[in-house]
Ligand binder design. Structure first.
Ligand code: VGL
Length: 212
């Protein structure tokens, strides 16, 4: 039986290398963790699915400077920096999406992510009837931005939780420009404190358990 779940929370790349002290630190990236923990609690209360993407690069990838890419090595498979932030309270039911593991792909977008069984995020969402993603995580100006664009291309509604994201800002203003681009792409921006699942009653009424 297929569960009809209308909305899900997608947590993008809250990994140690993107937090203070990490190999590609987002300034104060870890500030999103408590905000996301509250969002996770809310999502679970409303019976929504929780997805989490992780950057999971091989040591040799076109993504890294040494091999022609723009970035220092980060989130290398199996290293501590690739671990989720230890304070992030991901529930056991979290659906993990791994991306960046193909040495020929950058893997910015969570939509380049797949489950351990090789199911791409877009196909997973489609199979479960998820039509709306609430998004938070790192980094506003790269992986969040690209994930939003791909979600919109896949016809998925997106709400970005603005206080649950943080940007790298290689150039000052990158995050602000990213917010404008995301809005332009049709994403709604809100804050977690304003966040109410407008469709929560509908979502709950549409839940058909058990999940496949
Ligand atoms: C990211 C830069 C490089 C991100 C990943 O998670 O936003 N940014 N790799």
């Amino acid at each position: 039986m297929v569960a009809e779940v209308r909305a899900a929370l997608l947590i993008v790349d809250v990994q140690l290398d993107f937090c203070s002290g990490g190999a590609l630190a987002v300034p104060y990236g870890e500030r999103v963790v408590p905000v996301l923990n509250r969002a996770i609690e809310d999502a679970l209360r409303h019976g929504l699915l929780v997805y989490a993407s992780r950057d999971w690069h091989p040591p040799v990838t076109i993504h890294f400077k040494a091999y022609g890419g723009p970035w220092p090595p980060h989130c290398v498979q199996g290293t501590e920096g690739a671990q989720f932030h230890p304070d992030l309270e991901l529930p056991p039911s979290t659906i993990l999406m791994t991306k960046g593991d193909d040495p020929n792909m950058h893997g910015y977008s969570a939509f380049e992510g797949h489950t351990a069984d090789g199911i791409w995020l877009a196909d997973h969402l489609h199979a479960l009837g998820v039509e709306h993603l609430y998004m938070g995580g790192l980094a506003t100006d790269y992986c969040i931005r690209e994930s939003v664009f791909d979600a919109r291309r896949a016809g998925v509604h997106v709400t970005v939780l603005q206080d649950a994201v943080a940007g790298i800002d290689v150039k000052p203003g990158d995050s602000e420009r990213a917010f404008a681009d995301m809005r332009e792409a049709g994403a709604e921006l809100t804050t977690s404190t304003e966040w109410v699942y407008a469709n929560s009653a509908l979502t709950a009424s549409l839940l058909r358990l058990p999940l496949p």
